[in-house]
Design a protein around this ligand. Structure first.
Ligand code: XIL
Length: 371
């Protein structure tokens, strides 16, 4: 069992406990999606207990408040294509069917990403790095198989995820090492050939940073100049109490839109915990570890207030630019589900999402709903 699954299983345990004890959900209010109306889609990432129908408390929230979903993990390459010639679509099928059955807009995440990508993808049968031709062939085969399977059910795909780093250079991933910058246009080309009707997105984090912003703008322009399809840039909204600067984030939204694509806030959450910027060995003292997990019981009101204000400010920014923003998607349903409880430091208690551990909307969400 992978570490991620163990951590996720403990999250699921907490979820099940909450399911048993708390049914005071937001029964009579209108949903967040009703409040947002047709400004943009409002979505959430789902884990497999949610899309698999097990976590019924979360499912209630999803149906009431969201009109779009994305798979948190189950469509990634290590999940659907663990070995050469072996596909496993069990969880991905359940996820897509959940969306279709409930009339939700489904986003595929993701086709080409250096992370959660199995090692075999870059190796030949002697364990040597594959040639550019073999990698192209594998990318084409993977993308064609996955995209074709969900034709007509998925609105758009995160085709390439996290390919550019902060200074604006290309991430030195295996894809880049073997194919250079070409792996990006190739991925978009293969996806479009597999389903000419499906929308195609480039998705990345830290998009407020100028180096990455400029490089993404350049890359999108070059895709367009070559006549390739790209519909939107996804700005992962992994935020904290002290990053990103709202002005920088807005500047990036406008810069991406100026290339003629739409903007999506694709993985929105805000950690309420101290931002970790120091190296791991400094973190070895007990006091330091405690200082990183300061709210093991509950989030103090004073912190919650600042968190809610900051989330509200960002939401207002998204509304202000509703002409270019087509979707805002939270990276998980409730605080207990969030990957931030285990990243970048495992075992912390974070309060990063739109609904708390009892599936109650946070104050800024209530304000949006009641506006
Ligand atoms: C994360 C998931 O939330 C975790 O469960 C998993 O262990 C690691 O990946 N950028 C992305 C997402 O594009 O796919 C990542 O999701 C978070 C960062």
């Amino acid at each position: 069992m992978k570490l991620r699954d163990i951590l996720a299983a403990s999250v699921c345990g907490a979820v099940m406990a909450a399911c048993a004890g708390n049914t005071t959900a937001v029964v009579n209010e209108k949903g967040l999606k009703d409040a947002v109306g047709d400004k943009f889609l409002i979505g959430t990432a789902l884990n497999v207990w949610q899309s698999g129908g097990i976590d019924t408390s979360a499912i209630k929230i999803v149906k009431k408040h969201f009109n779009a979903i994305v798979a948190e993990n189950c469509m990634k390459m290590e999940e659907v294509h663990p070995e050469e010639g072996v596909y496993d679509f069990k969880d991905a099928d359940k996820f897509v069917n959940f969306g279709v059955d409930n009339g939700l807009t489904v986003t595929g995440h993701c086709l080409i990403w250096h992370s959660q990508c199995p090692a075999w993808f870059f190796l030949d049968d002697k364990g040597k790095t594959v040639t550019p031709e073999v990698l192209k062939q594998r990318m084409k085969e993977h993308i064609t198989t996955v995209v074709t399977r969900y034709k007509g059910k998925i609105k758009g795909w995160d085709v390439v995820n996290e390919a550019i780093v902060e200074d604006g250079s290309y991430r030195k991933s295996k894809f880049y090492e073997i194919l250079g910058e070409e792996f990006i246009p190739l991925a978009f080309q293969y996806a479009h050939e597999a389903d000419p009707d499906v929308e195609l997105y480039y998705n990345d984090y830290g998009m407020n940073v100028q180096g990455r912003r400029d490089a993404v703008v350049k890359m999108v322009k070059s895709l367009k100049e070559r006549g390739l399809r790209i519909d939107a840039v996804g700005m992962q909204g992994h935020m904290g109490m002290d990053y990103p600067e709202i002005d920088e984030f807005e500047e990036s939204m406008l810069a991406f839109a100026s290339t003629g694509v739409k903007v999506m806030i694709t993985e929105w959450e805000m950690s309420a915990l101290p931002t970790v910027r120091r190296s791991a060995n400094i973190s070895d003292t007990v006091a330091f570890r405690k200082s990183l997990n300061p709210y093991p019981e509950a989030l103090p009101d004073s912190v919650s207030k600042v968190w809610n204000e900051r989330m509200a400010q960002f939401f207002s920014l998204f509304e202000k630019h509703a002409d270019i923003v087509t979707r805002v998607t939270a990276w998980g349903v409730s605080d207990g589900d969030s990957w931030k409880n285990n990243f970048p430091v495992p075992g912390r208690k974070d309060y990063a999402l739109l609904f708390d551990r009892d599936y109650q909307p946070k104050d800024f969400v209530k304000e949006i709903i009641n506006k």
